[in-house]
Design a binder for this molecule. Structure first.
Ligand code: 9WO
Length: 261
């Protein structure tokens, strides 16, 4: 199967959340909206409140042992996961149930590629002070983090992961764009970009970009990407298998102080 033939069937993702309306940020604008409208991705939002067994539809309670705040109860969440698997039409072992939390594996572009290969995804968004640990033990396959900070819930992290995943779906980006052009797909930071006018704040667009020489432009952009990565995130270069051209350009970057042409 060629890269472009992956996902001829639409990507289906279920999200378990007490705040399904938040996901209109994803389905309402931009690339993710278009992917949604074109049927490239289908999102099922499942509210654990619909699985509460009490008249108040409450799904939270106080922590054993005391302490501030409330926790999400295990049972409504487990029933929501069952509903997600039903909707995905898949067996438990074909799906990855993912809980978004700062305790998880930190997402990077490699992680995005790994998650993109999974057949069926279920994201669980926690709220309050967290979820009953027995739900995690019984129902969660993996925990993922988007970074070392605490938020009010897992919804924004889930949307971050989903947005990164949607960019990987063939056809989600316009013809003009391509995920392959994302510098992180090469493991490098992005090169600088310029648009009209040619002179702004007294600064001109680098001459090479006006030259029309596409070979020179591609090489300049690669050199700039290497320069930025070397200067700002040198540790990213360690994990890379650089091409002969990249090694050569990186040497020029290292041996050139300050301004580069
Ligand atoms: C809140 C809190 C308040 C008082 C004492 C302890 C406390 N812990 C928390 C807390 O961790 N709340 C979490 C909020 C519960 C689970 C969902 N929440 C969450 C997920 N915040 N940040 C994330 C998250 C997920 C993925 N990547 C980065 C952050």
């Amino acid at each position: 199967m060629s890269a472009t033939e992956q996902h001829t069937t639409k990507t289906r993702v279920a999200v378990i959340t007490l705040f399904p309306d938040m996901f209109s940020a994803l389905t309402g604008s931009g690339v993710s909206r278009r992917a949604h409208e074109n049927g490239l991705v289908e999102l099922k939002l499942i509210n654990p409140r619909d699985f509460a067994d009490n008249a108040y539809q409450s799904v939270d309670d106080r922590p054993y042992g005391g302490g501030p705040g409330m926790l999400m109860q295990a049972e409504p969440l487990a029933l929501a996961v069952d509903a997600a698997l039903d909707w995905l039409h898949c067996e438990r072992d074909q799906a990855s149930v993912i809980y978004l939390s700062p305790q998880g594996r930190q997402l990077d572009q490699r992680g995005v590629a790994e998650l993109h290969k999974r057949k069926h995804l279920v994201f669980v968004c926690g709220r309050y002070e967290g979820v009953d640990e027995r739900f995690i033990e019984a129902c969660v396959d993996e925990e993922w983090s988007i970074g070392d900070y605490v938020l009010s819930g897992g919804e924004l992290p889930a949307m971050v992961v989903l947005d990164a995943l949607i960019r990987k779906i063939p056809g989600a980006l316009g013809d003009a764009q391509s995920a392959q052009q994302d510098s992180f797909e090469e493991g490098l930071l992005d090169c600088p970009h310029y648009t009209r006018p040619e002179k702004v704040f007294g600064e001109r667009v680098p001459e090479v970009l006006l030259s029309g020489d596409h070979k020179r432009i591609r090489r300049w952009r690669l050199q700039q990407a290497l320069k930025r990565t070397y200067e700002r995130r040198p540790e990213l270069l360690n994990g890379l298998d650089l091409s002969k051209e990249q090694v050569e350009l990186l040497e020029i970057v290292k041996n050139t102080r300050g301004d580069l042409s």
